[in-house]
Design a protein. Structure first.
Length: 276
């Protein structure tokens, strides 16, 4: 049986091999990720992010936990769900009660420190942070000049000092991500930041090709399941149309679809109901 990685295991593996991480949307994807040997599974809880095609309920998160019992599961919530360090701690405990092994937050170290103090394993985020992209000029690479790269580096050190378990580095030049990885104790996770981090991260919808619209540059697509789903939908429609046609033309009296009654028994039945 696959061994679920603990926080202790993650730290022990730093620098020894690169970990794999996938964001999943449903139990089917979670089960597939576990069977494929993915090290870390991430998901959202009570969260709607239309630009990422995410609509996750609390029950979804619980079902995903059940589907991947032997894989480290990171859970996160919608930005703004908690607006104080106290609420962050409550949210962290809540996610752990749902089965999370670690908790994601893009909030400042003022939120991270109290969570760590209460032994809640926290993963944070630097570089391109989607919900704060207005500060970086939109959905674009970050850290391509010395000033930006230095700020990202300092942000990483601050989060490391706060005691975070790990940090997602999104769309940052690989050379910059590599320097951060060498100088922090926490696990670094690359999202479009090359292969020098401690872990590599992609969304299931990008890997599987299941969503419409723009695919980020770093999103390596391995299959176009969306087109397969469209084929399946067409087959559904065709089958339903055949069913409707059968209903209209009374084709449900065929012997293979019904049970029979002997002629003698039917005659008795007709006599019985004459007086009713």
């Amino acid at each position: 049986m696959k061994k679920k990685l603990t926080v202790f295991d993650l730290f022990e593996l730093k620098g020894k091999r690169q970990l794999s991480e996938i964001y999943v949307n449903n139990p089917e994807e979670a089960a597939a990720a576990e069977k494929a040997g993915v090290d870390i599974i991430a998901t959202a809880c009570d969260c709607i992010l239309p630009h990422l095609g995410i609509n996750a309920t609390i029950q979804d998160a619980k079902d995903i936990r059940e589907a991947c019992p032997n894989t480290h599961l990171m859970m996160g919530t919608l930005p703004g769900t908690y607006t104080s360090p106290y609420e962050a701690v409550k949210m962290g405990y809540k996610l752990i009660s749902f089965g999370a092994d670690s908790v994601y937050t893009a909030n400042s170290t003022d939120f991270i420190k109290p969570m760590v103090r209460e032994k809640i394993p926290v993963f944070s985020h630097i570089g391109l942070i989607p919900h704060t992209n207005t500060w970086t000029g939109g959905f674009r690479a970050v850290g391509r000049n010395a000033e930006q790269a230095t700020k990202i580096f300092k942000d990483a050190l601050e989060i490391d000092d706060a005691g975070a378990v790990g940090i997602e580095i999104e769309v940052v030049p690989p050379k910059v991500a590599a320097e951060i990885t060498k100088r922090v104790k926490m696990i670094t996770i690359s999202m479009g930041s090359g292969s020098f981090c401690d872990a590599q991260y992609l969304f299931a919808q990008d890997i599987l090709g299941t969503h419409y619209g723009h695919y980020p540059r770093h999103a390596k697509k391995y299959i176009d399941l969306r087109f397969e789903f469209e084929k399946i939908q067409k087959k559904r429609i065709s089958s339903f149309k055949e069913y409707v046609d059968d209903v209209k033309n009374h084709r449900f009296n065929k012997p293979e679809l019904t049970v029979s009654i002997e002629d003698k028994e039917y005659e008795y039945f007709l006599n019985n109901i004459k007086e009713l």
